[in-house]
Design a protein around this ligand. Structure first.
Ligand SMILES: Nc1nc2c(ncn2[C@@H]2O[C@H](COP(=O)(O)OP(=O)(O)O[C@H]3O[C@H](CO)[C@@H](O)[C@H](O)[C@@H]3O)[C@@H](O)[C@H]2O)c(=O)[nH]1
Ligand SMILES: [Mg+2]
Length: 245
């Protein structure tokens, strides 16, 4: 932390975008852990909730009372409109010069946040992406089917698009805000395929991308929103990128 403070000199602000759909049981713990792991960092959390029927927003409003509306921003949408567009929406409300994107279900543990920040400061990278597919990273708790889906999605995209990044579908990332705005404006996908499109486009545009190892632990509460239709969308997105980039 001391190290972090030394490099920060008080100028950087991090906006952490967290998309939520039915994360009532996870969001409070996530917020608690982010505050715990970033004690000396200037940050805000932007929760983009898509009208979760489980009452996620009620929990977020309670958290705002505890932590303050300047630290926890609730930027809701009326219904489930997809992960990719949730980031676009969240970005409009960011006041930081750096943006972190992470899941609400604790699969992206906030303990890794300092390593993203440190890596960015050491290298001056425009993007730092968490990767499960290098030494020190990994996946816990997934079924064989889900592991194969993720590996398959990555191998396929690596082979066809060779972007030079080891984890294309992961969504735990830190961006320089201006870079995120630039890359996001050229992205067309709306669902889960968004992660892959973002990193491929960023790499094509020549942005400096660094990686930090993370271990992705499957959620304890609730269920994944990744369904068969998202996989079809992914394959379509892959083909689209293949012919357009
Ligand atoms: N606002 C909003 N949030 C959503 C939506 N769909 C999902 N989310 C939120 O997005 C996060 C990820 O959703 P999960 O359903 O937990 O995804 P996952 O199956 O665990 O997939 C994760 O790993 C994949 C890599 O293998 C990633 O590709 C994916 O983005 C995600 O990080 C969670 O915080 C969830 O509440 C949506 O339509 N709208
Ligand atoms: Mg998840």
């Amino acid at each position: 932390m001391e190290e972090q403070r030394k490099h920060n000199d008080g100028k950087n602000k991090y906006s952490i975008i967290v998309p939520t759909y039915n994360e009532r049981l996870n969001i409070a713990l996530l917020v608690y852990l982010v505050f715990k792991h970033l004690p000396d960092v200037d940050f805000e959390m932007i929760i983009v909730d898509d009208g979760s029927p489980d009452g996620t927003q009620d929990v977020v409003k309670k958290l705002q009372e505890v932590y303050g509306e300047d630290r926890i921003l609730l930027r809701a949408r009326p219904k489930k409109l997809g992960l990719g567009t949730a980031y676009v929406h969240g970005l409009k409300h960011c006041s930081g010069n750096y943006v972190v994107i992470m899941d609400a279900d604790l699969s992206h543990h906030p303990k890794y946040l300092p390593s993203f920040i440190k890596k960015q400061m050491e290298t001056g990278a425009s993007i730092v992406t968490g990767t499960r597919y290098v030494k020190g990273g990994g996946v816990h708790g997934w079924t064989l089917m889900r592991k194969l889906t993720s590996r398959g999605a990555n191998v396929l995209a690596q082979t066809l698009l060779w972007p030079g990044v080891s984890d294309l579908t992961g969504s735990f990332r830190l961006y320089r805000k201006s870079v995120l705005e630039d890359v996001i404006s050229s992205c067309v996908s709306k669902g889960y395929v968004f992660q892959m499109e973002m990193i491929v486009r960023a790499s094509r545009k020549g942005y400096h991308i660094e990686e930090v190892p993370i271990t992705f632990v499957d959620r304890v509460y609730g269920t994944s929103k990744l369904g068969g239709s998202e996989i079809v969308e992914y394959l379509k997105g892959l083909m689209y990128l293949l012919v357009t980039t």
